[in-house]
Design a protein around this ligand. Structure first.
Ligand SMILES: O=C(CO)[C@H](O)[C@H](O)COP(=O)(O)O
Ligand SMILES: [Fe+2]
Length: 231
């Protein structure tokens, strides 16, 4: 497998929004690599979250780690320049939310961000045909988008293996990211199936004891589990 370096990306959807800057500082101090930023519009998904202003506020707060923007927004193109300006590092979108998937990928890249395509649990991997080599990451949803705290859908493991094979065959440095229901006790099998970039929201921010002892233990458990598979 031509895996990229392991990335743990806490989804701030499950963070305490009343002290978001502090929460992000604490997960990064605990060893997390990226900040996963879930944008929901109450149209593409039945929930409403945060937009470019919050991304910009995190940058102004001093966050220098990559901000991994997951757009669950339809239509997607209009909001891309705003997120690039607000400090997004990668911008991922769902193909159902773009009339012209190839054009949206080029739009994201033209604003200096990495481009990702997000596949819902029932979206066939053939949507990657003709665009895979233009992507910086493929994000596989292992829950239906819209909410944190859902259970991992097991068919995502086979999908990971199939997309891993496509990425390896492409010879390109494309990340394979998994999002939804990732926990310390299933991350090893997810890594073995070919993911290198792991989003985890509730497993990190709601970890038992995290409010007293911080996030170090849960991030370390996740990293150790992945490292054991990869060595
Ligand atoms: O995109 C998402 C939901 O649409 C979130 O990133 C995802 O659900 C993370 O939360 P958890 O780890 O709690 O499942
Ligand atoms: Fe997400």
């Amino acid at each position: 497998m031509s895996l990229q370096s392991t990335v743990i990306a806490p989804s701030i959807l499950s963070a305490n929004f009343a002290k978001l800057g502090e929460e992000v500082d604490n997960v990064l101090k605990a060893g997390a690599d990226w900040v996963h930023f879930d944008v929901m519009d109450n149209h593409y998904v039945p929930n409403l979250t945060i937009g470019p202003l919050v991304c910009e506020a995190l940058r102004k707060h001093g966050v220098t780690a990559p901000i991994d923007v997951h757009l669950m927004v339809d239509p997607v193109d209009r909001i891309v320049p705003d997120f690039a300006k607000a400090g997004a590092s990668t911008i991922s979108f769902h193909p159902e939310a773009s009339l012209h998937v190839h054009r949206t990928i080029q739009l994201i890249k033209s604003h200096g961000c990495g481009a990702g395509l997000v596949l819902n649990p029932a979206t066939p991997i053939e949507v990657l045909d003709w665009v895979l080599e233009d992507l910086d990451l493929v994000l596989l949803m292992s829950v239906n988008p819209g909410f944190g705290g859902q259970s991992f859908i097991p068919s995502a493991l086979d999908k990971l293996r199939r997309v891993r094979e496509r990425i390896d065959n492409s010879g390109r440095a494309i990340r394979l990211e998994i999002d939804g229901g990732v926990k310390a006790d299933n991350i090893a099998e997810i890594a073995a199936a070919g993911a290198d970039t792991f989003v985890a929201g509730s497993a990190i921010f709601n970890a038992p004891g995290a409010d007293q002892h911080g996030y170090d233990e849960i991030v370390r458990r996740m990293k150790d589990a992945v490292a054991a598979v990869r060595k």
